[in-house]
Design a protein around this ligand. Sequence first.
Ligand code: MN
Ligand code: MN
Length: 309
Amino acid sequence: MFLSIEKLISNITPDRLDPAAAKALQEALGGQFGEMRTMMQYQFQNFNFRGNAKPFRDLVRGVGTEEIGHVELVANTINMLLDGASAYGGIATQPDTLPLANALNGDGNIHHFLVAGQSARPVDAAGNPWTALYVYDSGNLVLNMLYNLMLEATGRLQKCRLYEMSNNKAFRSTVSYLIVRDLAHEKVFAKALEVLGVNWGKVLPVPKIDTSGMPEVRELESRNLHNQQWTFAKDNSDMAKIFSGPSPFGDGELETIEGLPDGFAIPELSERAEEFAPGLDQELLGQVGKTMTSPSTTGTQRASAARNT
Ligand code: MN
Ligand code: MN
């Protein structure tokens, strides 16, 4: 099972609205090599894991749980780039007295305004819906590890291309974080295959990138984020039996950390009257208000109250 914590895995640096950047970033959410695919691929490999190889399962389970937080991070970043973009000062083709005129200015994805009310969608940058056909789980451990490595490497390649498309700080803070985590995860699967006898020589990492022009990436790597992996588990994880020792890429020491990172506050989205979202009138707001002032009794509290009587 999974436990949710109301925190984001990385901080989104506030910056200007940018519907075009939001559209591009959809590739990192619902694209073939995006976070939704990564999350589902590792979770299915976890659910379907066979045989006596617990450290490998713990590796896939831990990384797959981190990926849920990546999906959440990218969706929130898209929202930060979009929310309020109905007033964005792009090239308007309609009289700007219309509340949603800017949906037609051609910079962004019209579905961000028309379908989603200025927020993220489970689609790629070209608007194609996410599909389960992306998910690879062959049942074969070596093939799965090979494919996972390829997935992380291609994900990082695309995020480096995204980095070069926009200098928006909100966009770049998330893209940079994911570039560094993709590198860490490429190491996870490279190390898993190394444990099974693979000698990578000088081929990895793929792609080999000069990060001297990427200060946000450099800053995260100075904190060793590219060599760390949290277990994202409360119980015993054997991840460290694989993810420890020298990095297979020769850039430091691998570090398995129990539990999960501290996290950052989740940005709140305000009401958008022009989108009729969330669309609560005074009467419905009154009903919501009642739930917020009434005492909440959880199942645990009810169980302990029953024991005390
Ligand atoms: Mn990811
Ligand atoms: Mn990953």
